[in-house]
Design a protein around this ligand. Structure first.
Ligand code: SER
Length: 935
């Protein structure tokens, strides 16, 4: 019997017992946030067991694609070393949903194995749960198994659970003796021996494990069985050879085509033994299946969650490739063999073959760059160990961080040498790195989420009225530092990528500007820097509750809604043009633009970009109304086929945002009422954000139109713009000291390049815009070249700007010494207030940082005139924050008042702006008084 015949015979058998034959669910469980991968046939029926879902049949059977590499069921370590564990396998299963129970399950399993497949009865063993006398009795009465072959086991072996939570129950397993003589002792059962393996598990589902660990009884009793398809194939193969060869799942037609292909690629033979070569070949044959099926179902190797599991599997396989001396990407070449042997059962791997190959090839190529160097580092570290058997966590971390070695890969290398990794140290380093990257990411001008302490008086969630209102009457029910808390609010708090609203809150005729909105748990905080309020407003807010009118900045919110809805359409467009493997991995929705990160293995070509853009603009032109489903049950949302985001946790009730048939997404954000309101959609850039993740930035509405008009400049106008850039670069270069590398760069090359671009004959193009010019291939090419050249110039300009800022910065740092030494003092506090030469606020902030570290103990206010406005930065040293409660935010706010402006920020550094350039000296002179007033 071939494997294909065996699979079919299983399904036919249960069809004859009135089971509905159902398709395998995807190996990526799109509906269950508790699972990374589908790990058992019953996953797709979980809610039927729990009583929260139904089917129009009570008996089912199928072959289910499963992956077991994480969580409760994880077989990764055994794979390849033994001959019967896999990362990916098929599970043949039959189910009863409150229909038949233990008796039929046992009877039919026995019938199929012994009568249809003719497995020798004396080689079969069964186990039952220690207290399941009913199952024990049934085995004795409804089958003719040797009674001494029925054994009892405890929870570990005979109580099956899906995961930490979920349906579960006692089980009865069938094991097969594959020894040559068929006389294995009972002690071999459940002993992890390849010659006596479990092939079928009959689970009698009657319980639900709930969070916290308790077991609940389910309303009905069910049957859930699962047979290892590859193991069943191995048993039939063993029967064919009369048990004279060591049994192995790999010696079946499921794996042999893959092993032959690997053997050809490596120029080595597979000998079905335990040599390094044999193990490596088995690992690779196994891993390519997991990769292929997971990618076909929408996963993609990446740095997080299930994507990282795939990356680990792929890197493990690549390393075993080295054992076979395969140094070039080779895994992707195996996809074709798998497609040839399995796509008749699982057509999705053929359908997505090209995508799968490209995804695997891209990953292999990426890892190949560091794999060899990593292996050298590993070997050196082993030599340095001398007699120790503990592999240093520092090296494991370096292998991870610099060379992309997942920890389990280093552990695998160590196990092969009898070493153990110091994982405690590794974990410490990982935590430090995470902390660092979080800190460096947190440079927002205003503090964001989770930054306010919810006052004890606020006990109920804020009510959000902002889906339908932009102005709401409410009560101020609490103040938390710089945050006002209302009982109800139209202000959207930053979440799910959509930035927080701004606007104003009016209390007793006094208006307080809201600069940002964040939430902690479900309490919304309206960020109102205290420095923005006058004393009367501050005082008034102390008398709670106070009546308030909360008003969102409507124009800004509309821009945000345009961008948010456009993000959904972009997602739909990408899935239509590039394929359904595209899924969002990150997003930012601000009033000015939108940013969308998504899993995809290759650059999005110009043609694809244009197709996506056209798609979105067509949907905009079609004026599709928004259907906003508020707080609907999670299961209903799933049924609608709404897109969920992996890794997100959803409550029982969710919001779904729908635009006709085009887009349905789980989303808490705010949206335009009709796609027509978006106006126009234009992509600004496409690039890589992380390995396997692309990033698109796009504009909508007037922002898009403005951008478009810039795009529409003629060739001549662009040449002029490019010349300006060249000029700017060259004049910045003159400011650099002679020993700077950039000072030595030959920028005359830029002029030469420009002249070449200018000389291309451009008869009609003088008047052609880019869009029209696209019609002429030659012109199009020229536009492209010029565009690329301009990008290069812009990049270059940024480099020069940075270098110039550095130069300014180091000369400023020397100046600071003098400034600090001659500074005025208030008591023992140094107060520096000075004008600076800075081209932008970032430079000014950098200068502020430098001043802060030179100050020792003191307050510094630096000012610069940028774009006809005064920009201020204030810094305060830590000791003054602690002992005197000083806050840079308050100080800078007070200084800015003189300039007719405002601002705010953190205690150690804050920024502000003001229009009154003429009052700058006065404002700086005030600093001393302001500091005095704070003591
Ligand atoms: N759910 C059980 C298992 O995975 C039987 O299908 O073993």
């Amino acid at each position: 019997m071939t494997s294909q015949e065996l699979r079919q015979s299983f399904l036919d058998f249960f069809e004859s017992k009135h089971h509905r034959i159902v398709p395998s669910a995807p190996v990526i469980p799109h509906g269950d946030p508790t699972l990374l991968f589908t790990n058992a046939g019953m996953n797709q029926f979980k809610e039927v067991f729990l009583g929260t879902g139904t089917r129009d049949y009570t008996r089912a059977a199928d072959t289910q694609k499963c992956i077991r590499v994480s969580g409760k069921h994880n077989d990764l370590e055994e794979v390849g070393r033994d001959t019967y564990h896999h990362t990916f396998f098929e599970m043949l299963g039959n189910w009863s949903f409150g229909d038949y129970y233990k008796k039929e399950a046992i009877l039919w399993a026995w019938e199929l194995l012994t009568e249809i497949w003719k497995m020798p009865k004396n080689r079969l063993w069964v186990t039952v749960y220690k207290s399941d006398d009913e199952a024990m009795e049934l085995w004795k009465t409804v089958t003719d198994i040797d009674h001494s072959h029925i054994l009892k086991f405890a929870e570990k072996d005979n109580f099956w659970e899906m995961g930490e939570t979920g349906p579960c129950g006692p089980c009865s397993e069938i094991h097969v003796d594959l020894t040559r003589d068929g006389n294995a002792p009972a002690s071999l059962v459940n002993a992890g021996n390849p010659e006596l393996i479990e092939i079928w598990n009959l689970v009698f589902i009657q319980n639900n494990r709930i969070p916290g660990g308790e077991l609940e009884m389910l309303p009905s009793k069910h049957v859930d069985t699962g047979m290892g398809f590859e193991r069943a194939c191995a048993v039939l193969e063993a029967m064919r050879t009369n048990f004279q060869r060591p049994p192995s799942n790999y010696d079946t037609d499921v794996f042999l085509p893959l092993l032959s292909k690997i053997a050809v690629l490596a120029g080595k033979k597979y000998t079905a033994g335990t040599t390094e070569t044999d193990i490596a070949m088995r690992v690779i044959a196994d891993h390519i299946r997991a990769l292929t099926f997971a990618i076909a179902d929408g996963a993609i190797p990446s740095n997080e969650g299930r994507g990282y599991v795939l990356r680990r599997i792929l890197r493990r396989a690549a390393r075993f490739g080295r054992t076979l001396e395969l140094r070039e990407p080779f895994l992707f070449k195996l996809v074709d063999t798998l497609v040839a042997t399995m796509s008749h059962v699982f057509p999705e791997i053929k359908e997505h073959q090209q995508h799968i190959e490209r995804a695997i090839h891209g990953e292999e190529e990426g890892f190949n760059k560091t794999l060899d160097r990593g292996l050298i580092l590993f070997e050196q570290a082993v030599v340095n160990l001398h007699d120790s058997t503990t592999f240093p966590g520092d090296v494991a971390f370096k292998l991870y961080d610099t060379f992309g070695f997942p920890l389990d890969l280093t552990q695998l290398l160590c196990t092969e040498r009898g070493l153990a990794v110091d994982t405690d140290r590794f974990d410490v380093l990982m935590k430090e790195q995470k902390k660092l990257s979080q800190e460096s990411g947190g440079t927002a001008e205003y503090p964001t989420a989770g930054k306010f302490l919810i006052p004890a008086t606020v006990t109920t969630d804020s009510e959000f009225t902002g889906y339908t209102q932009l102005e709401t009457e409410a009560s101020v029910i609490g103040m938390a530092g710089d945050y006002i808390i209302l009982d109800r609010t139209p202000f959207y708090a930053e979440s799910g990528g959509q930035v927080g609203d701004t606007g104003e809150i009016i209390v007793n005729g006094m208006t307080v500007p809201v600069r940002d909105t964040v939430k902690d748990h479900n309490i919304v905080g309206h960020f109102v820097p205290v420095s923005d309020m006058n004393a009367a407003a501050r005082e008034m807010l102390q008398t709670l509750p106070a009546h308030a009118t909360a008003k969102v900045d409507a124009a800004r919110r509309l821009s945000i809604m345009r961008n948010h809805s456009a993000t959904h359409l972009l997602h739909a467009g990408l899935r239509t043009v590039l394929g359904t493997h595209v899924h969002q991995s990150g997003s930012l929705v601000s009033p000015n633009h939108l940013r969308f990160d998504f899993a995809h293995f290759a650059k999005v070509s110009d043609d694809e970009m244009r197709a996506v853009e056209d798609y979105v603009n067509e949907i905009i032109a079609s004026k599709i109304p928004l259907q906003h489903h508020y707080a609907i049950p999670f299961a209903d949302a799933q049924k609608m086929g709404a897109l969920m985001f992996f890794g997100d946790k959803y409550g029982e009730r969710v919001n779904v945002v729908q635009f006709g048939d085009i887009s349905k997404e789980f989303c808490g954000g705010t949206h335009v009422l009709n796609t027509g309101d978006i106006g126009y959609f234009k992509m600004r850039s496409e690039g890589s954000s992380a390995s396997g993740v692309r990033r698109i930035e796009a504009l909508t509405g007037t922002n898009a139109l403005e951008y478009l008009s810039l795009q529409n400049k003629t060739y001549r106008e662009r040449i002029e713009h490019a010349y300006t850039l060249v000029d700017e670069i060259q004049s910045m270069q003159k400011l650099l000291p002679a020993d700077s590398l950039l000072a030595q760069e030959d920028t005359t090359g830029l002029d030469i390049e420009m002249r070449k671009l200018e000389q291309i004959p451009d008869a009609p193009s003088e008047v052609l815009t880019l869009e029209v010019g696209l019609e002429f291939a030659a012109q199009r090419q020229r536009f492209r070249e010029l565009e690329n050249f301009m990008l290069l110039l812009m990049e270059k300009k940024k480099g020069f700007e940075k270098e110039c800022a550095k130069v300014k910065f180091s000369s400023a740092a020397t100046d600071f010494e003098t400034l600090v030494h001659t500074a005025a003092t208030v008591g023992s506090i140094r107060v520096v207030a000075s004008k600076m030469d800075a081209g932008d606020i970032e430079t000014l902030k950098t200068l502020g940082d430098a001043l802060r570290s030179t100050l020792g103990s003191g307050v510094g206010v630096l000012a610069a005139v940028i774009d006809m406005k005064v920009q201020l930065v204030c810094v305060v040293t830590d000791d003054l924050i602690k002992t005197k409660n000083f806050s840079a935010g308050k100080i800078v706010g007070a200084v800015a008042k003189t300039l007719g402006g405002g601002g705010g920020g953190k205690n150690h550094m804050a920024t502000a702006g003001g229009k009154d350039v003429g009052k700058l000296d006065e404002a700086l002179a005030n600093v001393i008084e302001i500091v005095k007033g704070m003591i």
